[in-house]
Design a binder for this molecule. Structure first.
Ligand code: SDX
Length: 429
């Protein structure tokens, strides 16, 4: 709490609202007692000025393009660490020692298989079902298999559920992909690291030995790090709200996956690649820039803009570097999609409209080109986002469960419907 307060005058009512400061970032006005003291709600559709919780996990400074996980800059984590180290950091708050890292990696590895009967879920879906639809169904179904880690009041069960989610998402994601393309499922292999194991489960076939390309597995691991957590974004807020009712963690993560699927959120990587493909060539870019600026045209530049970043998304810079590494390794340096993306970015960053509205490329702008070059179909892009974001969702869910202030989330509304009126018999309507 700070020693300043917000003085609110509401007609003949005056109320002092306490102001709280965090360790860094904006102060908050605690409005918890506002309705009780004034009979008035606050109103903030889209939560542009609302802090929904207190958290120690991730900090974003949108004006300066800063992203910290437990205080560590994303650039340093992506450069020096690996994804499971970032998972440990997000879950437990500190970077692991060598022994802690070895133990954590082993515990995750020992949970990578899914119950064999899970495979029957996949055969119930049409082959052309969107893999995100499959993931919503299968992740929610995990609560039907792992009853020994659904009691959210038991810290041990919460830890087991967290490890299971982190460990099984790559397996389920790979199974969704294999089912989609009509190939047999590939079991996890315990002597491979997390990203290599995932690539092998996606791209290995029974007919030949699969060799992991170290440049691609490093790139995959870094892409997972970049997508791991991002403060109180829409899907994380969905997981927190679902968890606030006491729902089990598997059901909460399934809710997060459903929310992430939207093209304004995690679905933007698929939409961005489809947009670049539709633009096709550099000479057609001005037409699409004009459409993005046209108020009467619903078209938006997918992969551009952000609710928080009013500067370059720090993840997008690292993603762009990874794109060049992967395309270079695969001999696709002249990929026309990359040429269109780079020219589109160059034009947009010098265009008055995008400058005035502070629209910069976000994490989704370059990720699609990279994932396509690695062999993933566009329909798998958001699945990979969900795979990586699972640790963020789980860490935020656990923080909420352990928060003494935590109560069920139940917003109110501004009602603009009909005042009370009496029923009219059908004979008189
Ligand atoms: C992710 O929250 C997170 O942290 C999300 C995420 C994470 O890691 O969890 O970072 C992941 O979701 C990244 C964002 C991916 N979405 C897209 O790339 C879709 C395209 N972008 C937009 O739809 C939009 O920018 C949002 C949804 C990302 C942000 O929307 P806001 O904050 O509600 O902003 P807005 O829609 O009010 O836009 C402000 C203005 C508007 O113009 P005016 O009404 O003020 O005249 O900017 C314009 C918008 O029309 N605008 C765009 C634009 N994005 C915003 N115009 C053209 N192209 C765009 N992409």
């Amino acid at each position: 709490m700070t020693d300043i307060s917000a003085n609110l005058v509401l007609g003949d009512k005056k109320v002092d609202l306490p102001v709280k400061s965090g360790s860094i970032g904006p102060d908050v006005i605690d409005i918890g007692a506002l309705y009780k003291n004034t009979g008035t709600f606050t109103y903030d559709p889209g939560f542009t000025s609302t802090a929904s919780c207190e958290s120690k996990i991730t900090y974003i400074d949108g004006d300066n393009g800063i992203l910290l996980h437990r205080g560590y800059p994303i650039e340093q984590l992506a450069e020096h660490g690996d994804f499971l180290e970032t998972c440990y950091l997000l879950l437990y708050g500190e970077l692991p020692s060598a022994a802690q890292k070895k133990d954590f990696d082993h515990r995750v590895t020992m949970h990578t298989m899914v119950h064999e009967q899970m495979s029957r879920f996949f055969t119930g879906f049409r082959r052309d079902a969107h893999p995100m639809a499959v993931m919503c169904g299968c992740v929610g179904a995990l609560s039907a298999f792992y009853h020994d880690s659904t009691d959210i009041t038991d810290p041990h069960q919460r830890m087991v559920a967290s490890l299971r989610m982190i460990a099984k998402m790559p397996t389920l994601a790979a199974m969704a992909y294999k089912y989609h393309i009509g190939q047999p499922f590939v079991y996890p292999q315990n002597d491979l690291d997390y990203a290599s194991n995932f690539l092998r489960m996606c791209f290995a076939v029974p007919c030949e030995e699969y060799k992991v390309n170290p440049v691609l597995s490093r790139a995959m691991d870094r892409i997972f790090i970049l997508h791991a957590d991002h403060e109180q974004n829409a899907s994380t807020s969905t997981v927190r709200l679902a968890g606030s009712s006491g729902a089990n963690p598997f059901a909460c993560i399934a809710a997060g996956i459903a929310c992430l699927w939207g093209p304004a959120h995690g679905g933007a990587n698929e939409a961005a690649l489809n947009m670049l493909t539709e633009i096709g060539t550099v000479d057609r870019i001005p037409e699409y820039i004009a459409r993005a600026k046209d108020k009467n045209d619903p078209f938006r530049l997918m992969g551009f803009g952000h609710r928080v970043y009013k500067n370059y998304d720090p993840r997008a810079k690292i993603m762009q570097k990874t794109t060049h590494e992967v395309l270079g390794e695969l001999g696709h340096k002249d990929d026309p999609l990359l040429q269109v993306a780079m020219e589109l970015e160059r034009i947009a960053l010098t265009d008055e409209y995008f400058i005035e509205k502070k629209l910069y490329p976000n994490i989704d702008f370059y990720s699609g080109i990279t994932l396509k070059a690695m062999g993933f179909p566009t329909t798998m892009f958001t699945v990979l986002f969900a795979l990586a974001r699972t640790v963020g969702w789980i860490a935020q869910w656990a923080e909420m469960i352990e928060d003494p202030q935590q109560r069920i989330g139940r917003p109110r509304q501004l009602y603009t419907g009909e005042p009370q009126r009496d029923y009219v018999p059908v004979s008189k309507r």
